[in-house]
Design a protein around this ligand. Structure first.
Ligand code: AQP
Length: 336
């Protein structure tokens, strides 16, 4: 596992059920990296509590995210899988980065603005410094590559800024320059009810998303009920710019079938949505059904899941601890 030159780190928050967005935008892409990179995948529970979580629900969601990763093909024999709170380097390095990052940098983060909404005075301080913790997640392992959805690009740029400022401030070449890994179709899956907002675990509308805990009937039903318009499908994706719901469904079709969105568009050109949705429902059930079923099976194997997470945390700690010790020396913390 340690022979690869490139080290990948990525994470998912246990802040609700895993969605089709998390699967297509993140986890599905992770699977293919395992044979060419050293891979570290994290259930980021410290991030999840930037918004209040019920403790029992959080514990369950942490196992569920781990089960979702494994059911999707993340292999604990090839990748380190663990939950963030169990490796102290994340929180410790995040504090140091709170002192490296500048207020002005964090003030520009659009995700904070979106998540805090109109009441930013009432948002937690944790939500504000979330990007510093994300930088710590990545740099605690000196990861070289991070698979990111389009929505996380700004945070990754901040990670690069923090790494560079740390190196400059202390006159070292310590942290590497982190590169994004951006994948093809459907890097941003939109809500099934509103094509202008992201499909999200925390959207109050259940019908806005497909959860990896939904059974086959529910998946098909949500696709059938997805919002569309009355126009037939056009010949080209370029004609869908002002039809976000239609565009989203075509992108989902493309990502699930590993085909180009333009090919799907050409195939259904001139047709209404009835046949298209029927085929998309079949495709979704065929692709996601085995994953959701395996995930449900794994959720009955709590001892197995906890064992994977425990072993993953031990292995992650073995990498992160010496890096953190070096950081402490660089910063000037006495280690008596
Ligand atoms: N709709 C999406 N389309 C593409 N990628 C997505 N990701 C999330 N939603 C979509 C990607 O999944 C990874 C993990 O995301 P996260 O759980 O850490 O946080 P998030 O992006 O805030 O996800 P949610 O579902 O929207 O969670 P809540 O509702 O709690 O905020 C990331 O790589 C992300 O790009």
């Amino acid at each position: 596992m340690t022979d690869f030159k490139q080290r990948v780190f990525s994470g998912v928050q246990p802040s609700g059920n895993l969605t089709l967005g998390n699967y297509l935008g993140a986890i599905k892409n992770w699977v293919g990296l395992q044979d060419s990179h050293e891979t570290i995948f994290c259930v980021v529970d410290l991030h999840a509590i930037t918004v209040w979580q019920d403790p029992e629900v959080l514990r369950n969601a942490t196992r569920e995210v781990a089960a979702g990763m494994i059911a999707s093909g993340v292999d604990p024999k090839k990748s380190i899988i663990f939950n963030q709170s169990q490796v102290p380097a994340h929180a410790e390095l995040a504090w140091i980065f709170n002192c490296v990052a500048r207020m002005g940098w964090l003030n520009r983060m659009t995700q904070f603005k979106e998540k805090a909404g109109k009441h930013k005075e009432r948002a937690s301080v944790g939500l504000y410094v979330y990007p510093d913790l994300m930088a710590a997640d990545i740099l605690a392992y000196k990861a070289t590559h991070v698979p990111v959805g389009a929505d996380q690009k700004q945070h990754l740029e901040l990670t690069r800024d923090i790494a560079q400022k740390f190196n400059n401030d202390y006159g070292v070449e310590f942290f590497p320059e982190v590169e994004p890994l951006i994948f093809g179709e459907a890097t941003r899956v939109m809500s099934l009810r509103d094509g202008s907002s992201k499909m999200s675990k925390s959207d109050p509308s259940e019908n806005s998303r497909i959860n990896l805990t939904d059974d086959r009937d529910l998946i098909a039903k949500k696709i059938r009920k997805a919002r569309t318009d009355s126009e037939p499908l056009p010949a080209s994706m370029d004609d869908l710019d002002d039809r976000p719901e239609a565009k989203n469904l075509i992108n989902i079709f493309a990502a699930l079938s590993n085909r180009k969105a333009s090919d799907i568009c050409a195939e259904y050109e001139g047709q209404g949505f009835a046949d298209f949705k029927r085929d998309l429902a079949d495709l979704s059930v065929e692709t996601l059904g085995p994953i959701t079923e395996e995930m449900a099976r794994l959720m009955d194997e709590k001892t197995y899941l906890d064992g994977i997470l425990r072993e993953g945390a031990e292995n992650a700690d073995k990498i992160a601890k010496p890096i953190l010790t070096d950081v402490q020396d660089i910063v000037g913390f006495l280690r008596p």
